[in-house]
Design a protein around this ligand. Structure first.
Ligand code: GAR
Length: 222
């Protein structure tokens, strides 16, 4: 790699499609990562396990949920990570006001990469524009098939025999950003939403940490 490319890697830099890639992290100087969750946080738990087994180029330093009740918050607390529930405020513009509270936490912690892991709220274009390229999501289908909140149900209703999961950069649309990784998962004839979800989650728990390794090592071009 040329020296000027190396210098570029070490700072956030513009890519195509309005994305700004994170700087390349390293095990000695990992990207400070925030994980946003809404529920049980099994994906968060798998990421924390991955980061604890050896030094990675990313390290979770903040966990946020929109509910103080989210079960997954316990994973952050147990790991000794700053963990906050930020309830949605009352009043007009509550979506933006909520994001501003999140943004304040992200800035206070010097966050460099935002990882959505079962975060079930749609982010506004204003929030996305601040983080575009440094904001990643995992979705339980082979996008562009079955975007939205009911991916497993939609896959079963469509009668597909293969579904899967997708890691993608977040853009202004719903589950429409640049795809980084996908894995296929079989759909069985007697699957329920629950059994399909569990089979896909098992794959997600391997794929997401791998994709975050690659992203924070600067291995993707987009
Ligand atoms: C995961 O399967 C993830 O793909 C999905 O929520 C689950 C979170 O599980 N995300 C979406 O559906 C986003 N649209 P977890 O709380 O056990 O990590």
């Amino acid at each position: 790699m040329l020296p000027n490319h190396e210098a570029l890697r070490l700072t956030p830099h513009a890519m195509g499609g309005g994305y700004v890639a994170p700087r390349a992290g390293s095990p000695s100087d990992p990207l400070r990562t925030a994980v946003l969750i809404s529920g049980g946080g099994s994906g968060l738990a798998s990421l924390l396990r991955h980061q604890s087994t050896k030094p990675r180029s990313h390290r979770t330093t903040l966990v946020i949920s929109e509910s103080t009740e989210a079960g997954g918050l316990d994973h952050g607390r147990a790991a000794g990570i700053k963990t906050v529930g930020i309830p949605i405020p009352e009043g007009p513009s509550r979506r933006r006001e909520h994001e501003k509270l999140i943004q304040r936490e992200l800035e206070a912690e010097g966050i460099e990469l935002v990882v959505l892991s079962g975060y079930m709220r749609i982010l506004t274009p204003e929030f996305v524009s601040v983080w575009k390229g440094r904001l990643v999501n995992i979705h339980p289908s082979l996008l562009p098939d079955f975007p939205g909140a009911h991916a497993h149900r939609d896959a079963l209703e469509a009668g597909v025999t293969v579904s899967g999961c997708t890691v993608h950069l977040v853009d202004e649309g719903v589950d429409s950003g640049h795809i980084l990784e996908q894995r296929r998962v079989p759909v069985l004839s007697d699957d329920t939403e629950k059994t399909l979800q569990e089979r896909i989650k098992a794959v997600e728990h391997e794929l997401y940490p791998l994709a975050l390794d690659r992203l924070s090592n600067g291995d993707y071009s987009f």
